[in-house]
Design a protein around this ligand. Structure first.
Ligand code: GTP
Length: 421
């Protein structure tokens, strides 16, 4: 198991003033172990919700992914924080942040070399070494955080790992000098990390027994899941509900409410199928209105309409108790809004569910419903009943199509720009 990180004492944030009694009781009533998970292809805005919920939880834990997740959150003074490995609960002084066993800490270089090796059919990873790290874990030559405590055996483990990379990749330069330098580097890391290393499986289960409230923060999203996503254009971990148990060592029966975070439209980074993608100018409009450029890499994201077929599939896999619809404000620029409601094969045969077969996915036709836009700025709206009727209609149509209630609606990047429904 990996490490726990104590929160920084640098920020003193208060509960968002716009909280009504209802919103506070809604958050208070979340289960002892709750989770916030991405419901599309990532970048839905999970960080903001986790940051808001964190002050009602004792612990915020990450269970999968690595520094490829890039949460952007703004504190109440509007200061921007871009987080990668550390859970978004870190801005909250009283929250303890845990990085669980399912998380990987990257080894730079190899990811880029693997992408180069795959040449034209590249996956579009963030090149943060996450994939290679997970492959090492699975082929069992990975190095665990607890190995940093044993500097007598550490060099040999590192040698096995680096020799393996050198034998795989021609451009990976490795020799005895490099091993010596790397071991020295890791000795320094080990000293700094030692106070934060705990057995997280014991820690989490002990915290559950002590009735501590735990919020699990998902990175990436189910459509990027190694099993359920659009394979091979996926991440190397399980960002869906199952990853909570395998990445923290806690039992399925203790996991309660799961909130799915879904953008009011869809975005995707890198390659892979994207049925509701808008190409050309419409896509540009969404990209610029929604500032759809990667937090970690700055890469422009592909944009498109909300895909309800994919969302239903994701809700099924995760059993979400509610949804957080984010970035509804971004759609204010559109005079009409489309929702992808069903798929058909080219010959007109309906497709029952989101297909795992990529060939089928690439060839299908999406059927859309068109709803009126609201053509007004909603970023200062804080009560559901104050949203324009057309915006309410959009929210309620999604709830009806998906069958899961939307309890939180994001209307801006700030902490307070959230409507409780
Ligand atoms: P990954 O874990 O990498 O998938 O990221 P994420 O889901 O945590 O997304 P992130 O927190 O980086 O959010 C994406 C961006 O959306 C950030 O710049 C947020 O500030 C912004 N954001 C979140 N909610 C809203 C919203 O309701 N409206 C607007 N306009 N921006 C939002």
């Amino acid at each position: 198991s990996c490490s726990s990180i104590k929160p920084s004492a640098s920020s003193s944030l208060s509960v968002a003033e716009s909280f009504t009694k209802d919103s506070a009781s809604r958050i208070e009533s979340l289960s002892q172990v709750s989770g916030v998970l991405g419901s599309q292809w990532g970048d839905e805005g999970k960080g903001k919700l986790v940051d808001i919920l964190a002050e009602h939880f004792d612990i915020v834990a990450r269970c999968q992914g690595g520094a490829n997740a890039g949460h952007t959150i703004y504190n109440s003074e509007g200061k921007k924080f871009a987080l990668h490995l550390v859970p978004s609960g870190i801005l909250n002084e009283d929250t303890l942040c845990v990085i669980g066993n399912g998380v990987v800490v990257h080894l730079p270089e190899v990811d880029g070399l693997r992408e180069a090796e795959l040449a034209k059919s590249f996956i579009g990873t963030t090149r943060r070494g996450i994939g290679p790290c997970y492959s090492s874990k699975v082929i069992r030559n990975g190095i665990r955080v607890c190995d940093l405590r044993h500097m007598d055996t550490f060099p040999q483990k590192l040698d096995v790992l680096l020799s393996d990379a050198a034998s795989r990749f021609e451009n990976f330069k490795y020799g005895p000098e490099m091993l010596k330098e790397e071991v020295e580097r890791y000795k320094r890391f080990a000293e700094r990390l030692e106070p934060f290393i705990v057995d997280t499986v014991h820690f989490m289960n002990d915290s559950i027994a002590k009735k501590k409230k735990i919020l699990v923060e998902g990175g990436q999203a189910t459509m990027l899941d190694i099993d359920f996503g659009t394979y091979p254009f996926v991440t190397s971990s399980s960002p869906s509900a199952g990853g909570i148990c395998t990445g923290l060592g806690i039992a399925p029966r203790v996991v309660g409410d799961l909130i799915g975070v879904v953008k009011a439209y869809t975005s995707r980074v890198g390659s892979g199928p994207f049925p509701t993608e808008i190409l050309g100018q419409g896509g540009d409009l969404l990209r610029f209105a929604g500032q759809e450029f990667g937090t970690t890499t700055g890469r422009p994201r592909r944009c498109g309409w909300l895909d309800v077929v994919a969302l239903k599939y994701v809700c099924q896999i995760n059993g979400f108790s509610s949804l957080n619809l984010t970035k509804l404000d971004v759609l204010s620029e559109f005079s009409e809004i489309q929702i992808g409601v069903s798929y058909k094969q080219i010959d007109g045969t309906p497709v029952e569910s989101f297909p795992g077969d990529l060939r089928l996915l690439e060839q299908l036709k999406v059927e859309y419903e068109v709803l009126p836009g609201w053509n007004s700025d909603i970023s200062s709206v804080r009560k559901y009943e104050d949203l324009p009727k057309a915006a309410q209609q959009y929210v309620e149509r999604i709830e009806k199509l998906v069958g899961v209630p939307i309890h939180y609606i994001g209307v801006g990047p700030g902490r307070d720009a959230l409507i409780y429904k």
